[in-house]
Design a protein around this ligand. Sequence first.
Ligand code: NAD
Length: 332
Amino acid sequence: MTKIKIMSVRDEDRQYIDKWATEHQVTVELTTEPLTEENIDTVAGFDGLSLSQQLPLTENMYSKLQQFGIKQIAQRSAGFDTYDLDLANKYQLIVSNVPSYSPSSIAEFAVTQAINMVRNFNDIQQKVIAHDFRWEPSILSQSIRDLKVAVIGTGRIGSVVARIFAEGYQSDVVAYDPFPNEHVAQFVDYKASLEEAVREADIVTLHVPATKYNHYLFDEHIFAQFKKGAIFVNCARGSLVNTKALLSALDKGLIKGAALDTYEFERGLFPSDQRNHALNDDLLQTLIDRQDIILTPHIAFYTEAAVENLIVDALNATLDVLNTGDTALRVN
Ligand code: NAD
């Protein structure tokens, strides 16, 4: 019987792994540990491998996987920047990802957080905790219907966000994407530049990939173009935003608030339990402490639908490589 090792397994993954293994008549051995130099020998004897790796593999690890006869690594995330694809090619390993596991989950979260910011949720919550139940101008809000939303990047996730705002809330939606989508253009007004898109928007929501071209796409220059009092939402990747420039824009009153689901230095922290450790990250502590920021730990995707799709698509990709020598989800 085919034997697959699946690593970095979380409690919520188990039921979907068991169901898939039964349906496909495959032995799947699971562990909560990520793949490391120390435990790599435990992979020997397996036919296939699925990881949810956050830290890079060393060349020795790629080499050992090849020695064990492993042909592929099925990563359970959309991002695969933890892998060195040149090394994967050198050691004849097919790396696959799960490019689209639930765009709606992330889109719904981005919309929710944008609305929480517009409706002053942080302030209202603090007042309620202090038993201050007054209505007063500091928490007076606006109807989302009356606002203009700029969606930056209208791919899988951004297009759903644009549709929710345009068709659900009846907001005026503009967008910027170097590759406009003709279906999205039916309910969104594409602008010619990022600057133009953010200039009149009350909400700016970011949905572009983290590439070397997009590093610090949102910097001091772009924040200076924002409409005064706008809300900024980043449910994409931390490296797209210069956090210090964002804080400076908030301090200068250029922006009213930000909802951040990602942070440029989150690796090793999101997700993890740091309650009994010193945080040693002043920038992150500042984001946590501020009333005008809602920070969440890269959790936009975290729904039952997404968890199931990540498991099923990764294990299917593993089996595809074992049965056919390739998978449609390969990234190298
Ligand atoms: P996608 O590839 O489907 O779409 C990205 C779009 O961005 C494309 O249309 C592309 O043309 C456009 N784009 C690229 N560079 C741009 C730029 N400089 N300006 C404007 N548009 C640009 O990607 P997706 O699946 O929609 O993912 C969007 C983001 O969401 C990614 O950063 C991804 O890593 C992130 N994500 C976050 C979570 C979470 O839980 N927070 C989960 C999954 C994905």
